[in-house]
Ligand binder design. Structure first.
Ligand SMILES: COc1nc2nc(N)nc(N)c2nc1C
Length: 308
């Protein structure tokens, strides 16, 4: 039975990765459901073989009494804002002055959700937390485990803490508010509030029904990573099975950054999730170090905000 159970977990994790992370399922849903049912039955028969990282263990048991507080080893900072082209040009100029090599950038969509942190030890997802005030967040591991695009195990055995945005896709938001109107409940004002409200549920069974998703965009801590740029990190996170946003781009010059901003200002309504801006980052990690931080934000990144 042990062999069968491990084989089922392996194939279900692969199917889950293809469906939830790549959005490219290789089998029909009915095959996934059937194999998951098979695994549930085997685990019921041999409860001693159940492991926390089994695909059957995503939706935890009892609701929590309250969320524990979590101290972030590396503070989760906020971003300085840019509101127009000149602000972005000034940011690029300051970045170039802070280092002696030419500076290239990475542009990313700024997802309008909730900043979260995921910690893995020995390849296992052991802690998920909200940003909170940047130093102290809330332990929402049981709710984040219900987000299918978050891997419960990864191949990397070194300690790893990744950061990203939990969000509610438009489709899920509309369906949720329809259901709430039917039950004469107050609809959520926007997907960001709906995502935040869902992750603040003490009962993981409720969070599990909210069809939340995440995009990961950064690393808090990663031992043994010999990666020299932010773009290398994003690629390495993808290879590990994490969901990063497919629209990020390397931009060699500020002109390319401005083109990216222009493009997504027009393209924004065609996305199936909310974004409230574009994040521009210096790509080279040594240059990020040289530029450093103010009390609350990195000097090597800025958030361009769309006009409200
Ligand atoms: C480097 O720090 C950050 N990077 C980010 N990247 C994206 N794409 N979106 C964010 N909201 C974000 N926020 C912070 C503090």
């Amino acid at each position: 039975a042990q062999k069968e159970i491990e084989a089922l977990r392996e194939v279900l994790n692969q199917y889950g990765y293809e469906y939830y992370v790549l959005d490219k399922p290789s089998v029909p849903d009915v095959e996934y459901d059937q194999k998951l049912q098979e695994l549930r039955k085997l685990e019921e028969e041999f409860p001693e073989l159940v492991t926390k990282d089994s695909p059957t263990q995503r939706v935890g048991g009892e609701p929590l009494e309250a969320f524990q507080k979590v101290e972030h080893k590396v503070p989760m900072l906020s971003l300085g804002n840019a509101f127009n082209e000149q602000d972005l040009r000034d940011f690029a100029k300051r970045a170039a002055q802070g280092t002696d090599e030419p500076v290239s950038f990475v542009c990313e969509l700024k997802i309008d959700g909730l900043a979260i942190s995921l910690t893995y030890e020995n390849g296992k997802f052991i802690l998920g937390a909200t940003r909170g005030d940047g130093s102290i967040g809330e332990n929402i591991t049981s709710n984040l485990r219900t987000i299918r695009s978050i891997p419960l195990t990864i191949k990397e055995k070194e300690n790893l803490e990744v950061r990203g945005e939990a969000y509610m896709p438009h489709k899920s938001f509309l369906a949720l508010n329809e259901a709430r109107e039917e039950k004469e409940e107050e609809p959520f004002a926007n997907p960001r509030n709906a995502a935040a409200g869902s992750l603040r549920q003490l009962d993981p069974k409720i969070a599990a029904k909210r069809n939340l998703d995440i995009f990961l965009y950064g690393v808090g801590e990663w031992n043994n990573s010999n990666l020299t740029s932010h773009s290398d990190r994003l690629e390495a996170l993808s290879k590990l099975g994490f969901k990063t946003n497919p629209e990020w781009r390397k931009c060699e010059t500020i002109e390319e950054v401005l083109e990216y901003v222009e493009y997504w200002t027009n393209e924004r309504p065609n996305l199936n999730y909310e974004i409230d801006g574009i994040v521009v980052k210096v790509d080279n990690l040594d240059q990020q170090e040289e530029l450093g931080y103010t009390a609350k934000s990195p000097r090597w990144a800025i958030a361009y905000k769309f006009p409200a």
